[in-house]
Design a protein around this ligand. Structure first.
Ligand code: AMP
Ligand code: FE
Ligand code: FE
Ligand code: ZN
Length: 273
């Protein structure tokens, strides 16, 4: 009985539809999944319906890009009421900011002599939460870059010529919004984020859990975060961060979170609600 609580669809920067995601989850023998698209819960309804048909437990989710003391981290919200008005308002605001940011990055690419068009990117990002992966795909498809990774390294990474900063909520704001929508707030991939020093203060500010099991965490990292979670009384989650075929192969199935952790997460969400 295993779960994967960190997955993306084409409602943000993944390649799978919600139905494809669920059929892959079934093929990976998972009994519970959460959909955690960036800044949107638009795929949750379809994923939930597909999970119902497949006999898989579905947990609503979302991955928020937030800042804490000028540093960026990703916050996962689970068991969210996707209809919650303040949550929807915050998501709408960030989706608008994402579209504006993509437009600005296209302008920068144009200024660099790459005549990529807004319509092309819009066609590749048929979602309300477009981002750099959609631009990267357009650059590859139009023959300006060899791979998505090259596109990031050459143009889109922080500090590169076409990069534009993203508007972010503070971590405290996002925690408040997640809690108000009945959810629990979890720090995504702490081993990649390098903000261990801030975890105790974030826990005091309402952070509920740590994503200990993660594709790019070494065994030592996983052990370290499990120990830290226990010491700070934080919940434990995990997921593959599968974006479909974005990174060449699907990551789903690579992380298998024992269902006990999901049971505890659910109990915490119920208490909070
Ligand atoms: P954005 O939210 O628009 O800033 O884009 C960030 C997303 O880009 C991350 O969530 C990853 O899915 C993706 N990403 C970051 N670096 C790379 C890379 N080198 N190759 C492919 N995708 C990447
Ligand atoms: Fe992503
Ligand atoms: Fe992330
Ligand atoms: Zn993610």
């Amino acid at each position: 009985m295993y779960a994967d609580l960190h997955l993306h669809t084409y409602f943000s920067d993944g390649t799978y539809s919600p139905e494809e995601l669920v059929s892959q989850a079934r093929a990976s023998d998972l009994c519970a999944i959460s959909l955690t698209d960036h800044d949107t819960v638009d795929g949750c309804e379809r994923a939930q319906a597909a999970c119902r048909d497949a006999g898989i437990e579905f947990i609503t989710g979302c991955e928020f890009t937030v800042e804490h003391g000028h540093r960026e981290l990703h916050l996962l919200g689970y068991f969210l009421d996707t209809q919650n008005a303040p949550l929807q308002a915050a998501l709408a605001r960030h989706q608008t900011a994402r579209r504006e940011r993509v437009r600005q990055m296209i302008e920068r690419l144009n200024a660099l002599g790459i005549p990529i068009r807004e319509e092309t990117v819009d066609g590749l990002a048929a979602c309300r939460a477009p981002g750099r992966p959609h631009l990267a795909r357009a650059l590859v498809q139009q023959g300006y870059c060899e791979s998505m990774d090259t596109a990031f390294q050459t143009y889109l990474k922080r500090g590169r010529a076409a990069w534009v900063a993203k508007e972010k909520m503070t971590c405290a704001e996002a925690i408040t919004i997640i809690h108000a929508a009945g959810g629990v707030a979890v720090m995504a991939h702490p081993g990649i984020t390098h903000m261990d020093d801030a975890i105790p203060e974030l826990a005091k500010a309402g952070l509920d859990g740590l994503e200990c099991f993660y594709t790019r965490h070494s065994t030592a990292m996983t052990e370290r975060y499990l120990t830290l979670a226990a010491r700070l009384g934080l919940l434990v989650t995990g997921g593959s961060d599968c974006h479909g075929m974005n990174k060449g192969r699907p990551l789903m199935g690579g992380i298998r979170v024992p269902i006990e952790y999901v049971v505890r997460l659910k109990a915490a969400a119920r208490v909070a609600a």
